[in-house]
Design a binder for this molecule. Structure first.
Ligand code: NAD
Ligand code: DAU
Length: 353
């Protein structure tokens, strides 16, 4: 790997991944961050990396992944040999309100990247297209069982259907054109730089403002939470040790109901603010459920653990504390994000039950 194109590198996981590669690995090449800067893209997420490496090993290109010429030029300009494809519309609630952008970016954008990779690389086998996917493509579990790499796809939201579609395209390019791909399907991430429309950062910011904490439905939906840096280490492990053509599930093995997450965040925030344990729980507000809300996700990640030797380094208790502490130490980041469109959107889009 000499020149990695990271798509969506200004978003939550992409920016953590770029920082991880520069700071925690022995990678010596260049990273080209290709991001359209939608509402979720925040170049400030990488201000430290840009200050150290911009123009030498870090390059930012504000380009839409659907832009055929734009992407072709970037492949050529930097002689890209590796693509790590994060760019997507990522928020399920937004996909319910307006699926169109999800179809364009997640499906057509992925198609455009695959076409460009195929055109630029030809038959080369010393290159890699790594596609980031989600556990949501597998559908919803009952009270028991796990998602395996072999679990049939059963997406339920426009978001997960668009991700499933892009995954199928990536597989099709492997089988039809021999494109050297790998794929990973990951569970819910949390950690620094998470855009505050998603549950955990939304809770932290609402507690700071003493605003209601919206819990969808009965709060008993289950997610499997993974600290974002552990997701980044898993992706880097796949890039360096993964078998071409394979898919790897990545998970936190940390199943929690949403209400458990809400209670935990309330308790840590109370401790940090010197309040009694249950002080912020009065803000909990049960609201109308998300349509088609998947009940339970749980990833089996034995394959990446046994075949590639990856494992999580942070358990949930450590990770959630680190996350809360990061938000409490980054007031300016929060302020900058809150002055954007997000604030109005969130206020408009949940209603009290
Ligand atoms: P995010 O919404 O925080 O970031 C997405 C980034 O993509 C933003 O910087 C945005 O500007 C950029 N982008 C959007 N449309 C684009 C376009 N047309 N062209 C170029 N850039 C564009 O998302 P995230 O949470 O960091 O998720 C990254 C990837 O990981 C997504 O593919 C998502 O499906 C997947 N994933 C996320 C999670 C999670 O818990 N967040 C879990 C599993 C998989
Ligand atoms: O599972 C992986 C997926 O995790 C990724 O593919 C998505 O990109 C990512 O956004 C995330 O999707 P979720 O829908 O699980 O994340 P979200 O933070 O939106 O919601 C987590 C759970 O909390 C979910 O069950 C819905 C619930 N929720 C969410 C919000 C924003 C609430 O109860 N209240 C809220 O205000």
């Amino acid at each position: 790997m000499k020149a990695i194109m990271v798509t969506g590198g200004a978003g939550f996981i992409g920016s953590n991944f770029i920082r991880y590669v520069f700071e925690k690995t022995d990678f010596q090449g260049k990273i080209i961050n290709v991001d359209k800067l939608t509402y979720a893209g925040n170049p400030e997420n990488l201000s430290d990396i840009a200050a150290k490496f911009s123009g030498s090993r870090y390059f930012f290109e504000q380009t839409d992944i659907c832009d055929k010429e734009g992407i072709a030029n970037i492949f050529k300009k930097y002689d890209i040999d590796t693509v790590v494809h994060f760019a997507a519309e990522s928020h399920v609630d937004r996909s319910i309100l307006g699926p169109k952008d999800f179809i364009e970016t997640n499906i057509v954008g992925t198609f455009n990247l695959l076409e460009n990779a195929r055109n630029y690389w030809g038959d080369r086998k010393d290159v890699r297209f790594h596609h980031i996917s989600t556990d949501e493509v597998y559908g919803s579990l009952g009270e028991t069982g796990y998602f395996y790499e072999t679990t049939p796809y059963d997406p339920r939201s426009p978001y997960s259907a668009s991700k499933a579609s892009s995954d199928h395209l990536v597989e099709a390019y492997k089988h039809t054109y021999g494109l050297p791909i790998t794929k990973s399907n990951c569970s819910n991430n949390y950690g620094p730089y998470h855009f505050p429309e998603k549950l955990i950062p939304l809770l932290i910011l609402n507690i700071l403002a003493e605003k209601p904490l919206p819990v969808y439905g009965d709060g008993l939906n289950v997610r499997d939470w993974l600290y974002v840096e552990d997701h980044c280490s898993a992706i880097y492990t796949i890039l360096t040790k993964g078998k071409v053509g394979e898919t790897y599930n990545i998970g936190g093995e940390n199943e929690r109901t949403n209400i458990e997450i809400v209670n935990t965040v309330c308790e840590i925030m109370a401790e940090k603010h010197g309040k009694e344990k249950d002080f912020y729980k009065k803000l909990i507000t049960f609201v109308k459920d998300r349509p088609g809300h998947d009940r339970r996700y749980a990833i089996n990640c034995d394959k990446i653990k046994s075949e590639l030797g990856w494992k999580q380094s942070v358990n949930f208790e450590q990770g959630i504390r680190k996350t809360v502490e990061w938000y409490l130490s980054n007031a300016q980041w929060i302020k900058n994000v809150q002055s954007g469109e997000y604030k109005n959107w969130i206020n408009k889009n949940y209603e009290k039950r």
